[in-house]
Design a protein around this ligand. Structure first.
Ligand SMILES: *Cc1c(COP(=O)(O)O)cnc(C)c1O
Length: 228
């Protein structure tokens, strides 16, 4: 089918091809990497097109924006929160999402726990690492991450699944490698199966460095329109 949204189909096909090639080079199975479509500022009809193209996972940054769009989503995709999450917003998403990837404080962890228990569910979480130590980014430093993971595995209602990071764009290759080393080291003490790293500009490198989940926005949907 060729129509105004065909570019989404083509982008997804191309990205899946790039992921397969990066997996082949790294001796990994293509299905060891999940492709998430990041939806910030993207219209629901484009998101639904991606889901029709086989995307099974959506990444939401902004709770308010997600709440305003979710009724229009076709319901077959899973949703993860990937943006900084304010404690007072957890209640709005606790029953809608299957994972919170951006856990960056014990305070947030406690609130997720409280609401998960109250709702009779277990929330999968990733802890966010600020691997480049950048002031502008949320996430916990590599030095402090062990304390947060210890809290996570001792908190009811949450299940620690792994780590998420956004490396500094200019040196992403170096920091993707460091992140994988940190993940492997921490995995000896904390069982984990998800390493979420890689965006439009660095997802192939992230796969080469062992990412199991890449989060792609502009590569699928085109440049973002920040006025929406
Ligand atoms: C926006 C965003 C992405 C996707 O970025 P692109 O460069 O558009 O692929 C991935 N992860 C997070 C946390 C984001 O906020």
């Amino acid at each position: 089918m060729t129509d105004a949204l065909s570019f989404v189909d083509e982008n997804i096909r191309r990205i899946r091809g790039t992921i397969s090639n990066a997996c082949a080079k790294a001796g990994r199975e293509p299905k060891s990497v999940r492709l998430m479509a990041v939806t910030k500022t993207v219209a629901p009809e484009l998101i639904n097109r991606a889901v029709k193209d086989g995307i099974e996972l959506l990444g939401e940054n902004r709770v308010q924006e997600y709440l305003s769009k979710k009724e229009q989503y076709i319901s077959s995709a899973e949703v993860h929160i990937i943006g900084h999450l304010q404690t007072n917003k957890v209640k709005y998403i606790i029953n809608d999402v299957s994972m919170i990837q951006s856990v960056d404080s014990e305070r947030l962890l406690s609130e997720i726990s409280r609401l998960a228990v109250k709702n009779g569910r277990i929330m999968d979480i990733l802890c966010e690492v600020n691997i480049g130590g950048e002031d502008s980014k949320s996430g916990v430093s590599p030095e402090e991450i062990r304390d947060l993971l210890t809290a996570a595995v001792n908190t009811e209602g949450v299940r620690l699944r792994g780590l998420m990071t956004i490396p500094p764009p200019s040196d992403s290759d170096i920091f993707l490698g460091r992140m994988k080393e940190l993940y492997d080291r921490l995995s000896e003490d904390f069982p984990m199966d998800v390493l979420s790293m890689g965006m439009t500009h660095d997802y192939a490198a992230a796969v080469a460095h062992g990412s199991t989940l890449v989060r792609v926005g502009t590569g699928i949907f085109g440049a973002r329109n920040y006025s929406t």
